[in-house]
Design a protein around this ligand. Structure first.
Ligand SMILES: *[C@@H]1O[C@H](CO)[C@@H](O)[C@H](O)[C@H]1NC(C)=O
Ligand SMILES: *[C@@H]1O[C@H](CO)[C@@H](O)[C@H](O)[C@H]1NC(C)=O
Ligand SMILES: *[C@@H]1O[C@H](CO)[C@@H](O)[C@H](O)[C@H]1NC(C)=O
Length: 530
């Protein structure tokens, strides 16, 4: 073959590849994700400080489901009504978790075996800055992450680092946590340490994982540490600090690091798609408001051309606050300068997505502050959607395609990186032949591919949650999201590949979904029942 023909066939190949609706485009990247508290263990080793999950699980273990280990099962509503700190001492925790702190080499081998382009993990703030403050840096914590980063890079796997995935240092909780505005500056101090220590090798940063879960669930609804129930108040104060912490961190990177380190900084928000429960105008509005209150809350200030909180949040929370007799709105206001600082402060839109809701208008004459009343939406999932083990996780792949289109329309088609997506089995299920998880990945990736190829949504990466089974917050070890099975009753925490790990690996190497692919050592799934 002469050079001319080689060149022509190369052009032909890349064209057919680009036009093949069954294949992910060249340059599209695949990864897997975890978070520090959920996998690392080593909670008090090598100088690490205490964080809010160490504190919660040690002092209030009754809040954690641990059904399959102890026979006891508690749900979040039991917890809310029975909250009984310190009374129960057999709840599970992340003290050891997957013991990833001691398994860097083994875990990177598994990542290599998956053939991922990147590994998304989070840094434990308390491991780097034991008191939460940047006056003292724990070198042993820095060494651990240096080794992980270097081992990943040596194996051609890019680190995608989350700076904060829910494990706030306990001393910062004791000065109020995220509702205290000083936390924005303390976070920037922490981020600066990370850029200084790791930024020479890390090209992609996520400041926060899931602000809605951190703020609404942590400070309004009491379903995540620190389990505060300041409904309609704590969540908004937390969100305000967190957005400013993000924007200031972005500004710091943009002004002082981007030129030398050449990396990118983004933020990840979790969003359910909101489907109208009926054809009525009211329910269409309810669905839109659901997305604005849970997703727009954090992305409108960054991506909408006008910036600031979504106008529907501003108007409804202001009106409710006034009707309830408050002297000022429960939703704080940004200054004009802060609005400008936030606008455009993300190099990619990080999206975590698992499921959808059907939304209907909610009217109530309650006069106590409440996020749900502010939003004015009730949301449910139909029984006809297949259910995962998590009460909020039902399979509706159209939801992600619609959500990606919503982002494209509202925010001008920014680059989206899907930073989590996955399916849970109950913790006591030996789920190595995990056909329902394989089905989930296949149908969601098909929907994402359609959004890219047919709808021209600007999606550049996909991350499976999770690399391995891990500590599922208040659910303890009772729910498994992993591509690898972890035996938490074995001191050595052995990892065993599930069928989904092989199927995902095949998707990565072929860039395509193949329903008939049966990995070695597994049997074919019966898709007629799906
Ligand atoms: C980042 O810095 C560049 C160069 O200083 C500036 O032009 C740009 O506006 C900054 N971006 C944001 C979003 O602040
Ligand atoms: C995708 O996003 C990137 C980064 O914002 C942008 O440069 C590019 O133009 C976008 N692509 C499309 C097709 O809109
Ligand atoms: C899908 O997998 C089957 C079984 O391994 C294989 O025979 C077939 O060639 C694959 N299809 C594609 C398009 O790769």
């Amino acid at each position: 073959m002469n050079l001319h023909i080689i060149l022509l066939s190369l052009i032909f190949l890349s064209k057919t590849q680009a036009q093949d609706g069954n294949q992910f485009p060249g340059g599209f990247r695949f990864g897997v994700a975890t978070a520090s508290y959920q996998v690392e263990g080593a909670w008090n080793e090598d100088g690490k400080g205490e964080n809010i999950w160490d504190y919660l699980t040690h002092n209030n273990p009754g809040a954690i489901d641990d059904g399959f280990l102890t026979g006891k099962g508690e749900n979040i509503w039991d917890y809310l009504t029975h909250n009984n700190p310190g009374a129960i001492d057999d709840g599970s925790n992340g003290d050891i978790a997957c013991d990833s702190y001691h398994k860097t080499a083994e875990d990177v081998e598994l990542l290599k075996d998956l053939d991922v382009d990147f590994y998304r993990f989070s840094i434990s703030w308390s491991r780097i800055l034991p008191s939460g403050h940047a006056n003292y840096i724990n070198r042993e914590g820095v060494n651990y992450y240096n080794e992980l980063i270097d081992t990943l890079i040596a194996n051609d796997i890019r680190p995608l680092i989350t700076m904060f995935h829910w494990d706030l240092p306990q001393p910062l909780q004791e000065i109020g946590g995220w509702p205290n505005p000083i936390l924005a500056d303390l976070f920037v101090d922490y981020a600066k340490v990370l850029f200084d220590e790791f930024g020479d090798r890390v090209l992609e940063w996520i400041t926060f994982n899931e602000p809605y879960q951190i703020c609404h669930q942590g400070y309004s609804e009491a379903t995540k540490a620190p389990l505060y129930a300041q409904d309609g108040i704590g969540g908004y104060l937390c969100g305000h600090t967190l957005l400013l912490a993000h924007a200031k961190t972005y500004q710091l990177y943009n002004e002082s690091y981007r030129e030398t380190q050449q990396g990118r900084v983004g933020i990840t928000v979790n969003a359910m798609w909101g489907e109208p429960a009926s054809e009525s105008e009211d329910d269409a509005t309810a669905a839109e408001n659901y997305i604005q209150f849970t997703f727009g809350w954090f992305f409108n200030p960054i991506y909408a051309s006008e910036g600031d909180y979504p106008s529907v949040m501003r108007s409804q929370i202001d009106a409710n606050s006034q009707a309830e007799g408050f002297q000022r709105s429960r939703l704080p206001s940004f200054t004009q300068e802060e609005i400008e600082l936030l606008k455009g402060s993300s190099d990619f839109l990080g999206l975590n997505h698992y499921s959808s809701y059907e939304c209907a208008r909610l009217t109530t004459d309650e006069t106590t502050p409440s996020f749900i009343n502010d939003m004015g939406v009730s949301y449910t999932q139909p029984d006809t959607w297949e259910a995962g083990a998590s009460f909020w996780l039902k399979v509706y792949p159209d939801g992600i395609r619609k959500l990606l289109n919503w982002i494209k329309t509202r925010y001008g088609n920014p680059e989206v990186m899907i930073t989590e997506n996955g399916f849970s089995y109950a913790g006591n299920e030996q789920d190595l032949q995990d056909c329902r998880r394989v089905n989930y990945y296949n149908v969601y990736l098909e929907a994402i591919l359609a959004a890219i190829v047919e709808d021209e949504c600007n999606v550049t990466a996909y991350t499976a949650w999770s690399f391995m089974d891990n500590y599922e917050w208040l659910r303890g070890y009772t729910q498994r999201f992993g591509l690898y099975y972890v035996d938490f009753t074995d001191d050595d925490r052995p990892r065993t590949p599930k069928m989904s790990s092989r199927v995902y690996s095949n998707i990565i190497s072929t860039r395509a979904i193949n329903w008939t692919y049966v990995p070695e050592g597994f049997t074919a799934c019966d898709w007629s029942t799906e």
